[in-house]
Write a protein that binds this ligand. Structure first.
Ligand code: NDP
Length: 492
């Protein structure tokens, strides 16, 4: 089904169309540095077309469709999605370099997101509000309208599921703008919406440059809401662009998650989670535990375990099922990661493992970098404060709960966090005081459709997933009806 996809077309109003003021460009395979397919990108006029199609669908078939029928379409799409996990995973891995074993695992969960949100579509009732006898007051819930969904390059399919699931369940229509460097899997998604029989214009997919297509989507007066995942600096630009239209925004932004290991933890499991999280997606995920906070008595042991395990990571071609870690997704990200290795060394951190671009066995054309470990890191260093988005673990020693909490809360970010301890009381004490949208205790990166996900501080606004993930796509209307029909003359 996904073998004959036209990546060089946009999907607008239920049709595969050529860009009007965009074009077609090479998409680079980050494992080779060579182009692997041609992808379309849209310009401002293409976004205008897509928003018009989404508006027409919103006013027409989608608004009129009973919610249980909307849900049935979503389930059909989810079932189709489940049959195409392998194909979608291959496209995504080729486009952004993620190891296929990870892509399959992640994309293999997504049908659940669509099913779960579909199950909520016909349950979005309001409430009645106790009043005096003269009126009856109640609320109803309504879709906000056309949603602009803007997604990043590291997890295009996951970000799409987190936005399309709740938006469609709420009754919104969508223009999805994936990142220009990894649009292929999102275009493949369009094929599944088409196959599932969604009315034309309900979902439109328009890759394009952020500064052109993204900016137009944000500024468009017919777009009611932007659901954005990406960098904080882009979110600030979006806020300014959307100021004139007062466009509602939710933001899933960066992170610098603290992964705290107390001396009383089950160390083997803690290490499995901490090392896995440091190098998953080649370090390119917002929730990864890039800061590993280790209690002093076990610090040296943990440093040695990280060093040893870094040597066990199989870095290789993304489509090889044996590969643990693929390349960085694009050349700029590789440069950024290597620049932070230099920054860490200049700051006086001890490079314990990795730190170099890989130049061997046919990997030299790609953006491969070694799994990297820094020890003797203090929380003031830039490698402990700034999001690197590469496979770089910064191991920071601490003494006791108070210092662990202080270090954990010392960055501008507050997305995810984790802690490992054998003491239940400590788990509660520390979890309650970490400034983050999520705390995992004795586990890590357990993320599901039903659990709200999002950040505090500069990690974002709002939540995705869970019941909370639907709220931003809905407006509440309050209706108050007189039971008497009488209204006194105010001027007697
Ligand atoms: P960017 O902010 O660079 O880009 C994200 C999206 O925004 C892309 O589609 C981009 O388009 C678009 N964009 C860029 N400029 C504008 C603009 N002026 N107006 C509208 N849209 C624009 O982020 P990255 O793609 O680099 O993604 C990495 C970031 O995402 C990291 O900081 C990471 O932590 C964060 N992230 C957060 C997650 C979370 O759930 N909290 C999950 C995953 C990632 P284009 O690429 O074409 O320029």
């Amino acid at each position: 089904m996904l073998s004959d996809i036209a990546f060089d077309k946009l999907f607008i109003g239920g049709e595969w169309v050529d860009p009007i003021d965009g074009g077609v460009r090479d998409s680079i395979d980050p494992a080779t540095g060579q182009h692997w397919t041609q992808v379309a990108y849209g310009g401002a006029k293409d976004i205008d077309r897509a928003v018009a199609a989404a508006r027409t669908a919103f006013e027409g078939p989608w608004r009129k469709m009973p919610p249980w029928e909307r849900a049935a379409l979503m389930r059909k799409f989810a079932d189709l999605y489940a049959t195409q996990v392998d194909a979608l995973a291959r496209i995504e891995s080729q486009d952004n370099g993620r190891a296929i074993r990870e892509s399959r695992g992640d994309i293999g969960l997504h049908a659940n997101y669509y099913h779960w949100f579909a199950s909520l579509a016909d349950k979005l009732g309001g409430r009645t509000i106790p009043m005096d006898d003269s009126v009856h007051a109640f609320t109803t819930r309504h879709p906000v309208g056309v949603v602009g969904a803007i997604t990043p390059w590291n997890v295009p399919m996951m970000a799409a599921a987190w936005k399309l699931g709740p938006a469609l369940a709420a009754g919104c229509t969508v223009v999805l703008k994936p990142a220009e460097s990894t649009p292929a899997s999102s275009l493949a998604l369009a094929k599944l919406f088409e196959e599932a029989g969604f009315p034309a214009g309900v979902v439109n997919i328009v890759p394009g440059d952020g500064a052109v297509a993204g900016a137009r989507l944000v500024a468009h007066p017919d777009v009611a809401k932007i659901s954005f995942t990406g960098e904080g600096s882009t979110a600030k630009t979006i806020l300014k662009t959307g100021a004139d239209t007062l466009t509602r925004c939710t933001f899933e932004l960066g992170g610098k998650a603290p992964h705290i290991i107390f001396a009383d933890a089950d160390l083997e499991n803690a290490l499995n989670a901490a090392t896995g999280s440091a190098w998953a997606l080649c370090g390119q995920s917002c929730a990864l535990g890039s800061r590993v906070l280790v209690e002093r008595p076990i610090y040296d042991k943990v440093v040695e375990a990280f060093r040893e395990r870094a040597g066990r990571v199989r870095v290789g071609m993304p489509l090889d099922p044996a590969t643990h870690m693929g390349p960085q997704a694009h050349a700029q990200q590789l440069d950024k990661t290597l620049s932070y290795v230099a920054i860490g060394q200049n700051e006086g951190a001890e490079l314990v493992a990795g730190g170099k671009r890989i130049d061997r066995d046919g990997l030299s054309g790609g953006y491969f970098v070694e799994p990297t470990v820094f020890a003797s890191v203090n929380s003031g260093m830039r490698i402990a404060q700034e999001e690197i988005f590469g496979p770089v673990a910064a191991l920071i020693p601490f003494e006791g709960e108070e210092e662990a909490i202080a270090i954990a809360n010392s960055t501008p970010y507050g997305l995810a966090s984790g802690l490992w301890t054998g003491d239940t009381g400590r788990a509660h004490r520390v979890a309650a005081r970490i400034e983050a949208g999520m705390v995992w205790v004795n586990t890590y990166r357990y993320i599901r459709w039903s659990t709200p996900y999002g950040g505090v501080k500069q990690s974002g606004w709002g939540r995705e997933n869970g019941i909370e993930g639907l709220e931003p796509f809905l407006e509440t209307k309050t209706t108050i009806i007189s039971t008497t029909g009488k209204f006194p003359d105010p001027f007697v």
